[in-house]
Design a binder for this molecule. Sequence first.
Ligand code: 2M8
Length: 446
Amino acid sequence: MIDGAAALRDRAAAVLHGNDAGGWTRASPLLYPHQWSWDSAFIAIGWAHLDVRRAMTELERLFAAQWATGMVPHLVFRAGPDHPYFPGPEWWDTSVSPAAPAPPVKTTGICQPPVHALALQRIWQLTPQARQPEIRRRVQALYPRVVRWHRYLATHRDPEASGLVTTYHPWEGTDNSPRWDRALERIAVAKPGPYTRLDTSEVPDPSQRPTDWDYDRFLWLVELLREYRYDDARIYRRYPFLIKDVFFSAVLAAANAALLDLADVAGAGDDDREQLTRWLDRGRAGLAGRFDARTGLAADYDIRAGEDIRLRTFAGFAPLFARTADAGQHAAQLRLLDSEDFCGHPRLRWRLLPSTSPAEPAFEPHNYWRGPVWPVINWLLWQSLGTLGYSGRADELRRDSLAQIAAAGEFAEYFEPFTGKALGSPRQSWTAAAVLDWLASDPGAS
Ligand code: 2M8
């Protein structure tokens, strides 16, 4: 039993209620005032502990902004002008694409890891019997949309049928991860129009956020995507940033397994079941091909440069995130997870997976995706390890994650790995959501 669990739960619930904008939830109150895609999936898991109907609404509202291609956009602009965020809808101008949702819905033109099916699965697991008829109907209505989303990723984002998803932008998950450094360095001309960042006023310590050099490139890439009208075929022909992202692909594999698990509840037909099984098998095979037995990590692949991205980051644990069936890979990855390169590093305050290995030259303990510990990444790892049967190590991750958050006294966006200091945005919704799920999953509590 975690000390102070009831108080922590109440505080986590208060964060979600405080960020609830009525049917959708701000990713955080000031820094991220809109609805973000993978944030919403985690947030739905948090809501499922408070109100399963509200949890379903979170996902339904997000999928209401799904593109005609099946893409679920990385961000739905929902907050009014009193909640500024940069870059806003004008910068993205998705009206250039016939696939974008019709006004007044405003979104960006990229996407984020498909955690949504995992959320749907968790909501269903947490649905009390009395609510099952209603939630089953809602799951049945949403399920085909989630399948379309996965189809978009398996086709438009994988024209090679490699089983690996191609990402177009650092904002498709882990913004300034060093995984993208070389690809961004190759972009010699990055001259976006004039702009003013707002994130650096919300997080006043610039060492916790991406640099202006990063932002120039992030925004320049958006300009190119807009120029190509967010058309996947055109993007694939000409665009400079195309990465086979093993983490994104691993989440898709886990999400395909979750949809198969829900197939009976959703009343899925044989076609969908067969399709999902094919995508799952292909995803696992694609990831197996990216596993490097020498390092024990999976490597991303830069399509444009034709080179592997070999850095020690959390993404290298893609086989675990994908819940691969390969026992040899489990053993190698579990050994590495607790080695000095990752959770066993002697300076770490908690034995949690940092976003970048402290042994990696690019590691920066304060800087966003370049070193800090992210609770949602540890949540995904915790869930994967539990599913794979490593419940002891999974429970350590759960307890250390809760201890870190309780000690810092804040549902922070990310944490300094050596000191445990809260960094980035306070009252981050997905951190509160992960806490609610962890607290309810305490094996010692029942
Ligand atoms: C971060 O990204 C946004 C852009 O999407 C930003 O820095 O402004 C990332 O951590 C991303 O993964 C996350 O979904 C988003 C909202 O929490 O913030």
